[in-house]
Design a protein around this ligand. Sequence first.
Ligand code: SF4
Ligand code: SF4
Length: 432
Amino acid sequence: MSELQALQQKINYDKTFDCVQCGYCLPACPTYETMERETHSPRGRINLVKMVAEGKASVQDLEKPIEKCLGCMACTTVCPTNVQYGEILEGAKEVIEDHQIKSTSRKKIEDFLFGSFFPSGKWMNTLGNLTWFYQKTGIQALANKSRLTKLAPLHLDKFEQVIPQQPSPKERSKRAKRYKRKRPAHAKVAFFTGCVMDSVFFETNQNTIELLLRFGFEVVLPEQQTCCGALHAHSGKVNESVELAKRNIKAFEEEEIDYIVNNAGGCGARMVEYHHLFEEGTTWRERAEQFVSKVRDISEVLAEVDDLVFNKSVDRTITYQPSCHMTNVQKVKNPPLQLIKDVPGITLKELDRPDFCCGSAGIYNIVNYEDSMDVLDVKMKDVCGTNSESVITTNPGCLLQMKLGIEREGVTHTMDAVHLVDLLLEADPQQK
Ligand code: SF4
Ligand code: SF4
């Protein structure tokens, strides 16, 4: 196979022919709207991929437009010819990664984050514990007062402002790995804790376990589980992403369970596509298909519970910001809305453009901060227009991004961002 043929295979050249250049995807694309350039639209990106595959453009020409894609997949929902943009995007990212044309500093950060940080439960716990120490001992207050936080790289000062109060290391370490069902009936589930979710939103994870137990599920947390690999795949690190998928498949198949439940839209979206990582007819493909058949978002599981009642009224006006990956990849749309509507006291104001990405997109908001904020500003205009007191969402990245948006808009005194699970528990649900 020639070098060009190998490149064409990796970059999914054959799939670019499904694009008929109609442009229906342009109004759906957040980066086309904020950057106003054809090369930063789905159609433009597909064209560039095709040109690179034909040797008419270089991989360098592709780097920026692909790096600036949020991977939100809004384009795929409006495409009349069903272009497999996700596969084209991942292929392009892999080719860029192979060509090693990222800056050295960015590569170093990525190698540490993807190789050592996200896949390690210990690292993620340590991050949570260090954050607790930073918040609890007054160092955070001092750093903010003296404006030392402004020296943090990658705009991390903005993110540290919106990270919730962390539980103590003792509370973290107390978490069990197995929870017996509190009432008869229902299934046994394994809870996928996630890396960022478990580190930054540990209490939401605890609340997820509590909800499952209230409705009679037996819950296990497989010890060997690891990061889902979404962040790796979005960065072109396909081999690492496959290794993480294998680790998770192995960890979860050691338990006899009915469902693998998660509460992070981006992680769920990665996990429902694990089978695509393996060749048809292989054992790994079969094992992945078994795994995928059990993956559920927490909202899907709860929406199916019969006789669910809420004891408390939550008298608030809220809006719902769906996670792009949960909607466009997992195709989970109605269960979160159905649950929100069931909570007594809630006034739901729907967004004009719920399908418009918030700009979080994995670590996009860290590595492309300014571009991400341009997208966020469009989103916040819509959110603020609803005059809501809370924005509900279902993914850690979206949650942090909405908190950032609320800060940027200067409305922290009237609005907050809340995970769906926390909202549901606030309403004190039970099964009749
Ligand atoms: S909508 Fe689909 S076919 Fe039309 S330009 Fe966009 S990707 Fe191509
Ligand atoms: S994935 Fe999102 S940002 Fe990327 S081209 Fe499609 S709509 Fe645009």
